[in-house]
Design a binder for this molecule. Structure first.
Ligand SMILES: [Zn+2]
Ligand SMILES: [Zn+2]
Length: 239
């Protein structure tokens, strides 16, 4: 093998990893877009349409769920492809914290295929990724929500708007209670002028939906800027 092919192979190893991203078992299919082995794929807990809250998408025997009955959301519907644990959580962590950006593609496709959301997807006119704050964007070098939105945009042919911005750097939400999250995100987002969101049906894209505080605040900013309605689509959600 000459130096050139070695280099090419090295590059393609970087671009197309030949082992499962989660358990590192070798994959049989070497070309194409297989990043997870069948065993790991099978462990992902999918969210099935029938037993979810019609509003927030949470697994619930009653719809709307208790918390949506108590509190109205600014978004119309939030849907996710799977539960945020195990393999799916690992994949999202690999994407965000280990910079395995190639996982945006299978996760984005997974999101489209399994989000039990096709009807609402077809109504969307504009995709808006949840923005990262500037400090975190500098550290990470990319916004995972934007990478996911790019995959969705390519697949379903809906343009992306990056007009939603953060007004300040806010502490990470991960350790905060629901009440603290609400306070943390209040007024956190604004939409740029000449934003193209007016009278549009927006599909907000993010990696994880936890309490919905971030999605709600984004939806509020988009509606204030004149959007007609906001739906939310995430790869995963907490139970
Ligand atoms: Zn595996
Ligand atoms: Zn609900």
């Amino acid at each position: 093998m000459n130096k050139f092919s070695l280099l090419l192979n090295g590059l393609s190893d970087l671009i197309f990893p030949f082992s499962c991203a989660v358990c590192h078992k070798g994959l049989e299919v070497r070309l194409g877009r297989q990043y997870l082995c069948a065993e790991c794929l099978g462990k992902i807990r999918l969210i099935i349409k029938e037993d979810i809250c019609s509003c927030c998408g949470k697994k619930s025997a009653i719809s709307p769920c208790m918390s949506c009955k108590e509190k109205k959301h600014y978004f119309k519907k939030a849907r996710s492809a799977g539960i945020y644990d195990g393999v799916l959580k690992e994949c999202i962590h690999l994407l965000k914290y280990n910079k395995k950006t190639y996982l945006a593609r299978p996760l984005g496709k997974f999101l489209i295929d399994l989000a039990c959301y096709k009807q609402d997807l077809s109504k969307a006119e504009l995709l808006v990724p949840v923005p990262l704050d500037k400090r975190r964007y500098r550290e990470r070098g990319f916004n995972q929500a934007q990478l996911l939105a790019a995959v969705v945009s390519k697949e379903i042919g809906i343009p992306i708007s990056t007009s939603l911005h953060r007004t300040r750097n806010a502490p990470s939400q991960t350790q905060l209670s629901h009440q603290e999250r609400l306070k943390n995100v209040k007024g956190l987002f604004k939409v740029a002028r000449n934003n193209g969101v007016i009278n549009k049906n927006i599909l907000l894209i993010d990696d994880v939906f936890t309490t919905g505080a971030t999605a709600d605040e984004c939806a509020r900013a988009l509606l204030t800027a004149g959007a007609q309605g906001v739906n939310v689509l995430t790869v995963a959600r907490s139970e």
